[in-house]
Ligand binder design. Structure first.
Ligand SMILES: [Zn+2]
Length: 126
């Protein structure tokens, strides 16, 4: 059964994302927030075009799927996850441009770092 996110969830998502952006020192990125459809039925996602500009679109799904992934999802932890992707985006882009390295391998490595950082950062005091 799809789980809907509310306008309040979206407000929490946006303010948490901006809070982590400040903590990570990523104010150079201009962020556009969208509350709507995500690709691949994700709860939230970020798309960046950091080679041509410092812009990013951060989306929260209005109708998140009830897949195994979605059970852990909430606006706060998803905002942290997407902010961590922004933290790693430059490294990720450079690595992807290297000849002979498969994209899925780099994405996997990026997410291993995210999964290490998330529980540590989620326990931080504001
Ligand atoms: Zn991710």
């Amino acid at each position: 059964m799809p789980k809907k996110t509310t306008q309040k969830d979206f407000e929490v998502f946006k303010s948490e994302f901006l809070r982590w952006r400040r903590i990570f020192g990523l104010e150079r990125y201009d962020i556009t927030f969208q509350h709507g459809n995500t690709q691949k039925d994700r709860y939230a996602e970020i798309s960046t075009n950091t080679f041509t500009s410092s812009t990013a679109i951060v989306r929260l799904s209005k109708t998140a799927s009830s897949g195994a992934d979605a059970l852990d999802n909430d606006p706060k932890s998803s905002a942290l996850h997407e902010a961590l992707e922004l933290l790693l985006v430059e490294l990720n882009g450079l690595a992807e441009s290297r000849y002979g390295i498969e994209e899925y391998a780099i994405e996997g490595a990026t997410h291993r770092i995210i999964n290490v950082l998330m529980p540590l950062l989620a326990g931080m005091k504001r």
